[in-house]
Design a protein around this ligand. Structure first.
Ligand SMILES: Cc1cc2nc3c(=O)[nH]c(=O)nc-3n(C[C@H](O)[C@H](O)[C@H](O)COP(=O)(O)OP(=O)(O)OC[C@H]3O[C@@H](n4cnc5c(N)ncnc54)[C@H](O)[C@@H]3O)c2cc1C
Ligand code: FES
Length: 516
């Protein structure tokens, strides 16, 4: 996954017009105008024209769906306003082009491109906003505050040496050597400067005084806040395996981690991945792309089965085996030595590079010290407010009440973290918002992409439409009479339809998608 879809100009020249009856209600038509790919969409008597290429990774919006006044991208579900081109939902952060359209003699004619609207800041909201954590949620929150016309000071404070990065890429194209490093920062330094977002990298917040409303930084200075957003994310778990601290053993969370693995891989022949979760397996695929011999060790019998079920897990294993990965499943790692990983049965797997992918733990140290309510994450309400006044939390660190099941959930998904950051921004500005996100994530292994919408920690039935082995399937995870989540393989459209149906709480539509 990744790169630009490099769309060639296809379809009619929409500057010359398209018959209105050829633009179906709620559908999309691809054409071009003025040398650019353009989409036409119709809602009732309104016809819209917008750019046809997603501003995230260049996904083909003509293969997406229209929901209300928005078009949604098939690849990672970004949403754009058909009225303005604005990116209304992550993961896209930039707008797409928007064109004026006229109706003449029964034809829709695309006129010129509209100028981007200038945001005029308004005098509303807290005296200042401090965001702790310059990752997916923190960055999206800071950007959304300015888009929502907040004029006060914003400090975005991150412990990593770099500003916000495209973290999902760190185990995929970047680690595989396909994506250059200049693709990795989410934004340039100029971007933050122009928007007066004070980005402080390499800076850790060490404590919060929720009564006095200030945070203390590791250099001893204090920073007051009107509103505080905790977007501290999660940190890799380091299981108590002898030798885990050795220099050839890595975890994978930050750009620095990924860089270090790339540097080590340059002189390495054999890698062992400890853990068969998403990150470990994506790293396995990337190291195979670099020509390393790769072994994966994990205690579970089927990779990813806890999240995706046995059948998808078996497919993922088979795809990795086709690419030469060797699995050692159902067995624990006993120790890591300078040149080998030793398994519980005494077997030694030669390794000059080891990556431990044993999951992550939400980063709640600050919240705990500040006395905020915790429950396997920072507990927030539907407006993402934490238990102290003036404090919000978003992203991997936060646990929120899921609007669909009534259960409190915490997820570790890129798109969700960004959307939570955007919701926290509106919430702290006083807009009545509800975190009613239907979670979405994707994972990529070679040419296999898995998409997943919803949230199913436990299920009592799995129903399948299509063929998992032929990589064309939608798989529903059900509890009682409710569809909790749908995973799709080779069918991005079904994933979008499932997400929209879950948002509408339309169980019959989900049953049509995956009968069971
Ligand atoms: C290699 C990799 C690949 C992934 N691939 C996918 C994928 O394909 N699809 C998907 O949906 N999800 C993926 N994820 C998960 C996704 O990246 C996370 O869910 C997302 O980054 C969470 O965003 P966040 O803002 O909550 O946390 P983060 O992005 O982790 O940001 C939190 C930041 O807070 C900082 N911080 C913590 N404490 C402090 C402090 N006291 N002071 C200052 N700063 C602090 C941390 O250093 C960090 O930079 C992947 C994750 C990794 C690591
Ligand atoms: S390419 Fe469109 S959401 Fe990622």
């Amino acid at each position: 996954m990744g790169g630009d879809s490099n769309q060639k100009l296809e379809g009619p020249d929409l500057a010359l017009g398209m018959a209105m009856e050829d633009v179906p209600e709620g559908g999309l038509r691809l054409g071009h105008a003025f040398g650019e790919a353009v989409l036409l969409a119709r809602r009732g008597s309104n016809v819209f024209a917008v750019g046809a290429t997603c501003s995230h990774y260049g996904g083909p919006l003509a293969e997406g769906i229209v929901v209300g006044d928005e078009v949604r991208c098939p690849w990672h579900h970004a949403c754009f306003s058909l009225r303005s081109g604005e990116a209304v939902r992550a993961p896209a952060l930039n707008p797409i082009a928007c064109f004026d359209v006229a109706e003449r003699d029964g034809k829709a004619l695309v006129l010129g491109k509209r100028d981007a609207a200038t945001v005029r800041l308004a005098d509303k909201g807290p005296s200042s906003v401090v965001i702790v954590g310059a990752g997916a949620a923190g960055n999206a929150c800071a950007e959304a505050l300015r888009r929502e016309r907040y004029a006060g000071p914003i400090a975005l404070i991150g412990a990593e040496a770099t500003g916000p990065v495209d973290r999902p890429n760190l185990s995929k194209d970047y680690l595989a050597g396909v994506a250059p490093e200049e693709w990795i920062p989410l934004r340039s330094e100029d971007f933050y400067r122009e928007r007066e977002i004070a980005l402080r990298t390499g800076t850790r917040v060490v404590s919060i005084d929720v009564a006095a409303r200030h945070v203390r930084l590791e250099d001893g200075t204090s920073l007051p806040y009107g509103a505080l957003v905790l977007a501290t994310g999660a940190s890799p778990v380091k299981p108590p395996i002898a030798g885990i601290g050795a220099a050839h053993v890595f975890v994978l969370r930050t750009l620095a981690d990924s860089r270090a693995i790339v540097a080590k891989a340059a002189g390495a022949k054999r890698a062992v991945i400890v853990g068969a979760g998403f990150i470990g397996l994506e790293a396995a695929a990337s190291l195979r792309a670099r020509g390393l011999e790769v072994h994966v060790v994990a205690p579970e019998a089927v990779p990813l089965a806890r999240v995706m079920g046995d059948a998808i897990g078996a497919l993922v294993r088979a795809v990795h085996e086709e690419h030469g990965v060797v699995f050692h499943l159902g067995i624990a790692t006993q120790s890591i030595e300078a040149d080998a990983v030793v398994l519980a049965n005494g077997e030694r797997l030669a390794a000059d590079l080891v990556i431990v992918g044993a999951g992550v733990r939400p980063d709640v140290t600050l919240a705990e010290q500040a006395g905020l309510t915790l429950d396997r994450g920072i507990v927030v309400d539907e407006g993402l407010r934490a238990s102290a006044p003036g404090v919000w939390a978003a992203g991997d660190a936060a646990r929120w009440p899921d609007a669909r099941t009534g259960e409190s959930i915490r997820v570790e998904h890129w798109v969700v973290a960004e959307r939570m950051g955007q919701i926290a921004a509106r919430s702290l500005l006083g807009t009545k918002v509800r975190c009613d996100i239907v979670p979405f994530f994707w994972s990529a292994h070679y040419d296999l992409t898995l998409n997943y919408v919803g949230h199913a920690e436990r299920w009592d039935r799995i129903d399948v439409a299509g063929q998992i082995a032929s990589r064309n399937a939608a798989v529903a995870f059900r509890r009682g009479d409710k569809t909790l989540a749908i995973a799709t393989i080779g069918s991005d459209h079904a994933g979008l339809e499932a997400e929209a149906a879950m948002e509408r709480e339309d169980e019959p539509a989900l049953r049509r998608l995956v009968p069971g």
